[in-house]
Design a protein around this ligand. Sequence first.
Ligand code: ATP
Length: 347
Amino acid sequence: MSQLEVQTLCKAWGDTRAVSDISFSIEPGEFVALLGPSGCGKSTTLKMIAGLETPTSGSIRLNGRDITRLPPGQRGLAMVFQSYALFPHLSVAENILFGLKARRVAVEERNRRLRQVTELVDLGPQLHKKPGQLSGGQCQRVALARAIVAEAPLCLMDEPLSNLDAKLRNEMRAELRSLQQRLGMTVLYVTHDQVEAMSMADRILLLNQGRVAQMGTPQALYSTPENTFVARFIGNPPMNLIDTGQHRIGIRPEHVHCHHQGEPARVLGCDYHGADTIIDAVLTRLGDQLIKLRLPGHQLLSCGAELKLNWLPEHEHGFCAHSGQRLNTPFAPLSTYFPHTESYHVA
Ligand SMILES: Nc1ncnc2c1ncn2[C@@H]1O[C@H](COP(=O)(O)OP(=O)(O)OP(=O)(O)O)[C@@H](O)[C@H]1O
């Protein structure tokens, strides 16, 4: 039985349809990232699962129990918020144990869980401090500890790392993921950051305009995007989409090579990233459509330089020019215009 089962969930405010017919399930111990651009309905979905927003229609089941209309306190869920939501006048220990006290869990049991969790999140020396005396990363650990001691069947996390600086965020991602795996926690994690979702999640639920664009493993979304929205949202720089009139052909920047035979292109500029260089060019025989390629190392190509670009036919993704849906039927690949031979790197 799935831990969480969401069926045809909808939320509308007047004419605004924030969430339309969302269905998905989460298995026990799974880490699912709820990903999508601003305004796609992530928070609304999370709030409906938490009981902070009433669905217009649809159902939510937790461990087989229908919780659609239950008040938040009776759902037995743990939550970690972006703002940490710590009580400033309570100590770290009191903050961590607040929920257990409210549920009248026995003192011995509370202390046992506190000892266990402080070791897990490395907060031992901070237990008597107030949140105002802690760093952002430590506050985040307190919020995590509070969710862990709840031992809830599902933990909802709403952009919990977005207030941390880039370095700490990276460290906390790895820490959080390893804790979740060690404890077998089931997590639904809201983020708008595809790197976070790709690196942490077992599966990603990608939303677009209140609907499910695709749900699957990070690899599935990357290698077989079901539509042009997924193709462009996952991957940085995004997948190139080239209109051929009949179809839209997708090619990832890392799959484009410079080649002595290939589609003529003119360089617009280079962006050096250390390990590689992103080159912007236009395809001169295809209406000057923009194409990006990722080449290893430091590439110095001047604006206006002429290139020939090629890629393997199996790296092409075909999409319907009108609906943007992935083509399951064979399509005429662009790369048949020029036979593939050994590629070379730009000097
Ligand atoms: N209380 C409300 N009343 C009316 N419209 C709302 C309300 N809350 C959200 N919306 C609308 O519903 C849509 C989805 O909003 P939601 O906050 O779920 O998006 P989100 O994906 O979480 O965005 P972000 O990443 O910016 O937080 C948006 O168009 C938003 O304006």
